[in-house]
Write a protein that binds this ligand. Structure first.
Ligand SMILES: [Zn+2]
Ligand SMILES: [Zn+2]
Length: 112
C-alpha cells in the first residue's frame, strides 16, 4: 500500500546522518542543492529528507534538507551496516526488520 511505503521511507530518511548545518552552503540549507554532494537539485531528482532542527550560531531553526537519489542510495547503504550491528532481527534473519527493508528500498532507488 502506497501510504505505508511513504511512511517507512520518511522514518528511514530521518535516520540518515546529515553534515553539520554550519558547514553547508546557503543553497544546501535552502534545499536547492544536495546536502551531501552540493549538486543543484531539480524537483524531479530531489529527495526530501524531512524537517530537521538545527542550531546554527546559537539560533535554533528548522531546516528542510534535500538530496538526490544517488547520494541517498549511498547513505542508505552505509546506514544499513550501522543499523544491522545493533539490531537483533537483522542479525538473526536474512530479511531483517522493517528498517532494513526500507533502507534496502532506498538503495535500489539510488541505482536507478
Ligand atoms: Zn548528492
Ligand atoms: Zn533491523
Amino acid at each position: 500500500m502506497a501510504t505505508s511505503i511513504d511512511t517507512d521511507q520518511t522514518a528511514v530518511l530521518a535516520l540518515l546522518e546529515l553534515p553539520a548545518p554550519e558547514t553547508l552552503s546557503e543553497p544546501q540549507m535552502c534545499g536547492r542543492a544536495c546536502v551531501w554532494c552540493g549538486d543543484a537539485l531539480s524537483n524531479d531528482t530531489a529527495v526530501d529528507l524531512g524537517v530537521r532542527t538545527a542550531e546554527v550560531h546559537g539560533i535554533t531553526a528548522d531546516w528542510f534538507p534535500r538530496t538526490d537519489k544517488r547520494c541517498v542510495g549511498g547513505k542508505a547503504y552505509a546506514q544499513l551496516f550501522v543499523h544491522a550491528v545493533s539490531c537483533e532481527p537483522c542479525r538473526e534473519t536474512a530479511a531483517g526488520c522493517d528498517t532494513a527493508v526500507a533502507l534496502r528500498r532506498l538503495m535500489r532507488e539510488g541505482r536507478r
